[in-house]
Design a protein around this ligand. Structure first.
Ligand code: HEC
Ligand code: HEC
Ligand code: HEC
Ligand code: HEC
Ligand code: HEC
Length: 483
């Protein structure tokens, strides 16, 4: 014991070791305290907890490292010692009982420290990797993403599986980024809405493709798009297409259809002309690493912000943070699902207008929407429906409003729009960013250029603005077999 007590003053012998000892002790005590109280019940602001969870273990390690650095520095300042101090210590340890005691003490202390660090580190990392932490630590900031995630097909996939993926270097990078982001939230320096696309997102070969195999053959898929006309009867006017999703055809072995872009031997590189990746410049098609075709923008290129290799996320930018598109889209789906009643005259039009009303307050959404519905029916010259119908509709619409609007984060309809389909050419969203007819092929090889707007390239249109009652039997069967 005497030898142990004799070692402790050496920590005081220089300021670096002293600082290290203080940092280690303070952070260790804080970690133990937080672990004992239960980090979530410590009564702190949630992002303070987030910060501490990332910061304390780091502080602990830095403190621990400073101790030997200080001792080493002290020894360098003290040129009295000529022999290798490590060898010297060992030699002495073999002979001297006191030194043996010190070594045992340092070993025991180190063991204890590593234990604390391992437990704290493991706890911190698994806590930080849980979707609950990512989604709720900075509650207001992540609320849109978190809520959308929870009702998506990926709600059982961890955030880190898409945002970080496997491997230590990305894990470290993400923790450093995370610390910076949490600091941003604490000091109120962050963008509202959070910008999309995520510039530093890991290429999907290391994330999505850990679960989804790009060559998997999805074949064709019927997709139904319910719409309702803004008339008294809410007349159904449905579209249906047979999407050529493709993949590697097991029969021919060839990669075909929409998933051809991500087939193993193909790489598509494009010039990014704006941060949103909506304006796309020159496009190069590579097969087995060689450029086989190039497309240029016919309306004159902008300045390039860099080149990107196309991957899953260029189309599936909303695999899990899925919102409803426009108010009209949301109403169409609610009418189709029976959440809104198609037999209420003018409901399709009035509901979409009510939902788009910019004056809705999120915490009084139902009340405000009910009022807007009432006004809307009057304006349309239609009878205002009975109170239960009005209340039911307002409640359903308030739900739709809430999951698409987060005023605190400036998120509203179509802030986060999907790239999976296409609107008009001007809009430059979705497939038509490249397939919009603006890009002209430059090579005159024997390959037929396939960057086209030809409706049959991507799908066969099965129904175009039709009443589903008039669908032919085959289509009816296909659609009724949908889950
Ligand atoms: C299935 C994969 C997947 C999962 C799981 C996932 N994300 Fe995302 N996330 C994405 C993709 C893809 C984007 C959009 C990237 C782009 O367009 O560049 C994104 C974007 C975001 C954005 C930027 C805003 C936006 O919507 O574009 C935030 C913030 C975010 N995710 C947080 C989370 C959180 C928090 C979780 C867990 C609760 C999570 N993500 C789970 C794939 C995922
Ligand atoms: C950890 C595994 C995992 C990762 C990583 C993952 N997915 Fe998925 N994905 C799934 C599972 C499981 C399903 C099926 C969910 C279901 O049917 O309920 C699915 C379903 C899908 C679907 C079909 C959705 C639908 O509407 O039926 C798409 C599209 C998809 N994933 C794209 C992606 C993209 C893009 C990424 C990367 C950003 C990704 N996935 C990352 C596991 C994963
Ligand atoms: C060129 C755009 C594009 C790219 C790139 C792309 N997909 Fe798709 N994917 C689609 C479209 C379009 C669909 C059909 C969507 C629908 O059913 O509404 C689809 C459907 C899917 C489905 C669901 C299939 C089913 O049977 O329901 C999965 C899973 C999927 N994609 C995964 C991926 C993965 C993983 C990648 C990257 C390796 C990828 N996709 C790249 C456009 C793309
Ligand atoms: C970044 C640009 C880009 C985007 C975005 C894009 N494509 Fe393409 N697409 C291309 C290029 C380039 C080709 C190949 C042209 C060639 O072969 O000369 C192509 C070819 C195709 C083909 C023909 C594949 C085959 O079998 O040969 C289909 C189908 C297709 N795209 C569908 C889609 C769909 C659907 C979307 C939107 C969900 C989409 N593309 C989005 C660039 C793009
Ligand atoms: C580059 C590929 C591509 C081309 C070219 C293309 N489409 Fe599409 N189209 C799609 C995809 C992908 C979807 C499915 C969108 C989704 O799943 O949300 C779609 C959906 C649709 C829908 C249903 C949309 C809705 O909301 O009702 C219609 C209608 C449609 N396409 C018509 C056309 C017509 C007409 C043309 C020719 C001018 C055309 N498409 C050309 C890829 C394409």
């Amino acid at each position: 014991l005497r030898s142990v007590l004799a070692f402790i003053p050496r920590l005081w012998s220089n300021w670096i070791s002293l600082l290290g000892a203080v940092l280690t002790t303070v952070s260790a005590l804080a970690i133990i305290l937080l672990a004992a109280v239960g980090i979530s019940r410590a009564g702190l602001e949630s992002y303070t907890v987030a910060f501490l969870v990332m910061f304390l273990p780091a502080l602990f390690v830095v403190g621990l490292l400073l101790i030997p650095v200080g001792l080493w520095w002290e020894r360098k300042r003290n040129p009295g010692q000529t022999e290798d101090p490590v060898a010297q210590a060992f030699v002495r340890a073999l002979q001297d009982k006191q030194a043996r005691g010190r070594i045992v003490f340092v070993a025991a202390a180190t063991f204890l420290n590593v234990l604390i660090l391992a437990v704290a580190g493991e706890k911190a990392v698994s806590h930080m990797n849980s979707p609950g932490f990512c989604g709720t630590a900075c509650h207001t900031v992540m609320q849109p993403e978190w809520e959308a995630y929870n009702r998506s097909p990926h709600s059982r996939v961890k955030c880190v599986d898409c945002h970080i993926g496997p491997g230590a270097s990305w894990a470290v990078k993400s923790k450093v980024d995370g610390l910076r982001q949490v600091w941003g939230v604490m000091t109120d320096h962050f963008r509202r809405p959070i910008p999309t696309p995520v510039e530093e997102l890991r290429p999907s070969r290391d994330t999505c493709e850990q679960c989804h195999w790009p060559a998997k053959f999805h074949g064709t898929r019927v997709a139904l798009f319910p719409h309702y006309l803004p008339d008294e009867a809410n007349t159904p006017s449905f579209n249906a297409v047979l999407l050529k999703v493709g993949g590697q055809n097991p029969r021919t072995g060839r990669h075909e259809g929409i998933h051809w872009h991500v087939s193993p031997e193909v790489e598509i590189r494009y010039e990014v002309l704006d941060r949103e990746r909506r304006k796309i410049g020159k496009i190069a098609v590579l097969e087995h690493g060689k450029v086989v075709e190039e497309y240029k923008r016919s309306d004159g290129d902008g300045t390039s912000l860099g080149t990107r290799v196309m991957d899953c996320v260029d189309c599936h930018n909303r695999p899990t943070h899925i919102y409803d598109g426009s108010p009209q889209d949301a109403v169409d789906h609610a009418l189709y699902a029976g959440v809104l009643d198609t037999s209420v005259p003018h409901l399709a039009k009035v509901a979409a207008e009510a939902l788009a009303n910019p004056g809705i307050r999120k915490d009084h959404a139902q009340e405000d929407i009910r009022k807007a519905l009432e006004d809307g029916f009057k304006r349309a010259g239609a009878p205002v429906p009975a109170a239960p119908v009005l209340d039911g509709s307002a409640q359903a619409l308030a739900g739709l409003y809430s999951r698409n609007n987060y005023p605190a984060m400036s998120v509203t309809w179509n802030t986060y729009r999907s790239h999976l389909g296409h609107q008009d050419t001007q809009d430059q969203f979705g497939c038509f960013r490249c397939h919009g007819g603006l890009h002209e092929g430059t090579f005159k090889g024997d390959r037929a250029p396939r960057l086209s707007q030809d409706c049959d390239l991507c799908h066969t249109v099965l129904a175009n603005e039709e009443n589903p009652e008039k669908f032919d039997d085959t289509l009816k069967t296909l659609l009724s077999s949908r889950p």
